[in-house]
Every structure is written in C-alpha cells, then in structure tokens.
Write a protein that binds this ligand. Structure first.
Ligand code: GUN
Ligand code: ZN
Length: 445
C-alpha cells in the first residue's frame, strides 16, 4: 500500500563528506510503497512543490498525511548492542573485566531458558523501537535459545536485525562457557536457519579473543571464508587489562587486532566494537580489510575504557559508526550516544604543550557527522548502504516521526535554531525517547 507524508524531511547524501551530508527539505514529500519483492521502500522523496504534480499523477487516490510541525528522519542504526544485557545497564565495577565477572556473565547464564530469553527479547525490541532504532547488530548469549528468541521476536516485528550465537569456550564460567566443536555446529545450523530470512541476518560472534580457543577461532575463520555475506562481530582493544591479557594468550600476534586477522576474521561485514587502543598499523589493517569499528562512547565513558580516536581513524581512512553497547553502554537512546560521542571528540585534547610539543586540540564533531554516524554512515559500516539508514529512493521504509517540541525546553531551543546544524545539535543535546513520536517499520505488503 502506498503512503505519503508531507513534513520536514531529513536525509543524507551518500557521496558527501559526513559533516556536510545532511539535507532537510523544509516542506518535503515522502512516498513509500512496495518494491518488486513486496517490501515497502521509499518511492519518492524531496521538495513537496517539485514533486506534487508527479505524485498526484502517479497516485491520484492517495491522501497525503500533512505533519507541518514534525520532522521525518531515517530510523537509527545501532552497530553494537547486547540484548541480554538490558538488565545490566548501570552496574558499577572497576572496569571491563570485573564488570563481566560480577554482572554480565551471571545475567547471561539465565538465557539458557527459552522463556527467559523470549521475554528479554520482547522488551529489548520494544525498547529499540521506542528509541527510534530500526536496525541493530546485536550480541546474543552463548545459548542457542537466546538466538532463536531474538530472531523470532525481530521477525514478528519486521525488524532488520543481525545477531548470532556468542562463542566462548574458555576463560568464562560454567553456564555461559560453550564447547568448541558443538559451538561451531550450532553456529552453522543457526546461520542456515536465520540468515537472509525476511529482514534477518546472521553474525559469527566470537565474544573476544581471550574467551575463545585457537580451535574455536580457526573454526569460525573457516565458516567466515565459506559464507562471505554473513556478518562477523566481536570486541577489540577496549581496555588496558583486556589487551595485556589477550597478548599473553596469543604471544605470536603483533597486536590484539592481529589475532582476528590471523584467523581470517577481518573482512567486509566484520564489525569490531571499541577499537580504542589501536596503533597506526592496526588502523591500516582495518582499512585494508574493509572492517568497521563500532564506536561505543557511553560504554567507554561508563567503564573508564578510554576514548576512541576520531582523528587517527579519519587519517587512516578506517570505517566506523556509532553504537550503544548496552549494557556497558548506559542508554538505548541514539541521542545520548551522539552526545557522548561529541564529548569523546572534545576530550581528545593532548597535553603535549606541557611536554614541549604541539598541543592537539579536541575535535568538535559536527551535528551532521554525528547523526550520519548513527544512520547512513552506520548502514554503510554494516554493508547496508542504500538499504537502510537513509531516506533515498529504494531504501527500506524505516523512518521516525520526530516532534522537535516534545518538551518545553526542546520547543524553545529548536525554535531558535537558525541552521540545520543548530537544529540537529539542539536535538542531540536535549533529545531522548520523548523526541520519537512514532517509529515506522517497513512492512512486507
Ligand atoms: N568484551 C567482551 N565481552 C564484552 C561485553 O559484553 N561488553 C563489553 N563492553 N566488552 C566486552
Ligand atoms: Zn559489546
């Protein structure tokens, strides 16, 4: 069924530099309808007055929904989140490793039970949608039941969702630790069951190198070579103790990141969370392999892991995009994540001046760039450019109706905005789930 909306419409120019990529049609038209496969996609988008005649000729019977005070924007893309950690948000710990031991593993043990996993999956997906997230690459637990539960719920909601069984055959407790051979068998079976079914995708998911044996990583590397369109997700270079530990377990590797490359786990559609403590050789490797970093600023600030280096990543030409990393991350809201990313950019001031060198100023990441990193840029990092994360013709029709006057302060501040950057920044700084009036998911007609 064709539907048409007249509102302010935000979209991104895929060719433009991220900080100048956003476009706002002040009086825009968005028309969505079924493509040849029966999936709702964007059919027309742009200035209402330029498109109105063509629209009326093509669809004389379709009524346009007029929302003059609203902004229609692409649904957000979360490139790294843990659905079993919803109830771990805000758990205090010294750092990553004690946080995993004290809170995360005990909670993840519960997902052996299908009914526990099912209720957690239902809450998680509702929470994504409430926050305007319409595509997610998410961890499950090591239990097959946790993967089935999340795919089932995502399918019910028509969501574009990528997940996979977490693999971890050592250095983690009974109840979450899996067994090498069986973990690889289960992974391949689950992949065949769910990958490319409706809007679902599978991700090979080694938790992180310290929790995977050589045999497990080797087996995954073989699967990755056999199924090149399946995603790969893991963690790397997040925390200093974690890195020291990883290097002691893989003494032959030049760096922690190199471990994954040695096992054939770096390629297009591989997404590595954090990538904080990389060096220039690692960043060049990320670029050469077409891998992407999932940048998790609320998590990195909360767990005291460090700051993602935007400048060095740009210099290396490495791909990256934003992620909530719930439950190390503190919020499902992309607005909170974008604001935290802005703070992280700011925080990379180096005090070289006091050591006799040149000061390196913190960056002021532009609002358009931040928003791009959570929509079109995130889709690109996942290899889903032109599929989700934007409102260009042919994109799947996942979009948000934003109310920029959702709170008294938002209303006052957004009314004062004199440019697109000012408007986007007011929403980034002041926004949360209240801004999302409605999340619309592309339906199969
Ligand atoms: N490294 C290994 N597992 C995890 C996890 O669950 N969260 C984070 N933030 N880092 C990890
Ligand atoms: Zn994570």
């Amino acid at each position: 069924m064709v539907k048409a909306y007249r509102a302010r419409i935000l979209s991104f120019d895929a060719q433009a530099e991220p900080s100048r990529s956003a476009r706002l049609d002040e009086d825009g038209l968005l028309v969505v309808g079924a493509n040849a496969q029966g999936r709702q996609v964007v059919q027309m988008v742009g200035d209402y007055n330029l498109l109105a005649d063509e629209f009326k000729a093509r669809h004389p019977d379709v009524t346009v929904q007029h929302l003059p005070d609203r902004i229609i924007a692409p649904g957000f893309v979360d490139t790294h989140v843990h659905y079993p950690q919803t109830d771990v948000i805000g758990s205090p710990a010294e750092g990553l490793l004690p946080w995993l031991d004290s809170y995360t593993f005990p909670e993840e043990k519960r997902f052996v039970a299908g009914d526990y996993a099912a209720q957690a999956a239902a809450f998680f997906i509702a929470e994504l949608l409430r926050n305007g997230v319409t595509t997610a690459l998410t961890f499950a637990t090591s239990h097959v039941a946790s993967v089935d539960a999340l795919f089932t719920e995502a399918q019910k909601n028509n969501l574009r969702l990528i997940t996979g069984k977490c693999l971890q055959d050592r250095n983690c407790p009974d109840g979450v630790r899996d067994e090498t051979e069986q973990s690889l068998i289960d992974t391949e079976l689950l992949m065949h069951k769910w990958h490319d079914v409706d809007r679902l995708g599978y991700a090979f998911t080694p938790r992180f190198a310290p929790s995977c044996s050589d045999a497990q990583l080797r087996g995954l590397g073989d699967l990755a070579a056999k199924y090149p369109d399946v995603w790969i997700q893991s963690h790397v270079a997040e925390n200093v103790e974690e890195i020291t530990w990883a290097l002691s377990l893989f003494p032959q590797a030049r760096s922690y990141l190199q471990v994954y490359d040695d096992f054939g786990l770096m390629r297009k559609r591989s997404v590595y969370a954090h990538c904080i403590h990389l060096d220039a050789v690692d960043r060049a490797l990320m670029k050469a392999r077409g891998a992407a970093a999932a940048v998790c600023p609320t998590s990195n600030l909360f767990l005291g892991s460090g700051y993602f280096d935007y400048r060095a990543s740009d210099e290396a030409g490495m791909q990256y995009a934003l992620a909530s990393d719930v439950g190390g991350g503190t919020s499902f809201s992309p607005f909170h994540t974008m604001l935290a990313a802005y703070y992280v950019g700011r925080a990379t001031v180096k005090t070289a001046l006091f050591q006799g060198g040149q000061p390196k100023l913190g960056m002021s990441l532009s609002p358009q760039n931040l928003w791009w990193q959570h929509t079109a840029g995130a889709a690109k990092a996942l290899g889903l450019e032109g599929v989700v994360g934007n409102l260009s013709v042919g994109c799947e029709a996942d979009f948000l109706i934003l109310n920029p006057a959702a709170t008294p302060l938002l209303a006052r501040r957004t009314a004062r905005a004199e440019s697109l950057d000012e408007l986007l920044f007011a929403m980034i700084v002041l926004g949360d789930d209240r801004l999302i009036e409605k999340t619309v998911i592309s339906q199969a007609d």
